[in-house]
Ligand binder design. Structure first.
Ligand SMILES: [Fe+2]
Length: 372
């Protein structure tokens, strides 16, 4: 518990309205940016124009790959890499939610190591240092701007897989909460609950330590203060900024420990029903915490649950911010259970390693049934 090593190479610029100021620092990292973002938000909102204006002022050239899908798969990342091979670039500028940030990190690995993305899943599976990454998050959930993980969907293996290495931790993270202004309330709710889940799972992971738990608790306190006001209140910008901070702090916690069962089973919901990552984690959280309590983690779960008045408090919060509480609300049926159990065994392998509890097939079935 009191063993840790902490290293964070990320310069964090956390400033409302600080996008341009942060981007000027990118010129000290590279001269040619490969911009990775989704199809809509960055170009549609004018954000991409603001970014390229600063790049131009600071004499940084750029190429844009604005084709990252929500929940990017291997093919999507390799498509980006193929454009990179034609355009070149000496840094990745990843703009968006977790999907764009993680895809950007994965392209950074391919850019210097070549080959196929499948070769690099796991811990430190590549020889050459990836391109430096500048991360500009536009949701309050990912935390990827300060982590060593890139999570990518492998459709063939029916799971999400992770590239993990300290060398993909972004060099610069620009957190300008003004970028969250147009984020729809339901996405604020879903992404903030992803961050909430990072903080909770990190707290319960086997590698949790004094430092990571301090980050988890700071994150949970910020998120509980910000949610649901960030979703519902008129003055929500102020609360979104607090949620953004909570999300980054959860990333710092997560970076030490990895995620556990909520994320593992959450991948199943995303792969099977196409459910949003954060919504999936939120839906699973009450049932998984109950399971972990029964499996020896009662003291730890109680400690964090006291922050939100236990299972009932959590359900109330989720209802208040408009997220689903059961599988039926997302179209789940009793006959889906066997597929969900089968996929859980595939998707939770990393979660099991990170949490010190190994659910049986019956355990998975029970959790899924309880969620119906
Ligand atoms: Fe997540």
């Amino acid at each position: 518990m009191n063993t840790f090593s902490f290293w964070l190479p990320t310069k964090i610029v956390f400033e409302r309205g600080g996008l341009e100021k942060g981007l000027r620092l990118a010129a000290g990292i590279g001269h040619s940016a490969f911009i990775v973002c989704g199809k809509n938000f960055a170009s549609g909102s004018g954000l991409l124009n603001r970014i390229t204006r600063v790049l131009s002022e600071t004499r940084v050239t750029w190429t844009t790959f604005a084709q990252i899908k929500p929940e990017p798969d291997i093919e999507n990342v390799e498509e980006g890499f193929s454009l990179y091979q034609r355009s070149g670039g000496d840094m990745i500028l990843a703009v968006g939610g977790g999907s764009a940030l993680d895809a950007g990190k994965a392209i950074a690995v391919l850019a210097t190591n070549g080959g196929k993305l499948r070769d690099y899943f796991g811990v430190d599976k590549f020889g050459r240092k990836p391109l430096p990454v500048v991360a500009v998050p536009t949701t309050c959930g990912t935390g990827s701007e300060v982590t060593q993980y890139a999570v990518i969907v492998d459709r063939q293996a029916e799971t999400k897989r992770t590239i993990s290495s300290e060398s993909i931790i972004p060099e610069l993270a620009i957190l300008d909460s003004d970028l969250l202004k147009t984020l729809p309330p339901l996405l604020v709710a879903a992404t903030a609950m992803d961050a909430f889940s990072h903080a909770v799972e990190s707290f319960l992971a086997v590698k949790a330590n004094w430092l990571s738990r301090s980050f988890s608790l700071a994150s949970l306190n910020a998120l509980l203060k910000a949610i649901p006001q960030a979703v519902t209140e008129k003055e929500r910008e102020k609360f979104k900024e607090i949620a953004f901070y909570g999300s980054m702090m959860a990333g710092l916690a997560l970076n030490q420990t990895g995620t556990i069962l909520i994320h593992g089973m959450g991948y199943v919901l995303t792969i099977f029903y196409g459910l949003h990552h954060g919504t999936a984690n939120a839906l699973l959280m009450p049932a998984v915490l109950k399971f972990l309590k029964a499996k020896g983690l009662e003291r730890e779960v109680n400690e964090i649950e006291s922050l939100w008045r236990g299972e009932d408090g959590l359900r109330k919060l989720l209802r208040e911010i408009g997220l689903p509480l059961c599988l039926r609300e997302i179209g789940g049926k009793p006959e889906d259970i066997s597929d969900l159990v089968r996929l859980s065994e595939i998707c939770c392998q990393r979660a099991v390693r990170n949490m010190g509890v190994k659910p049986t097939e019956e355990d998975y079935a029970e959790i899924w049934k309880a969620l119906l």
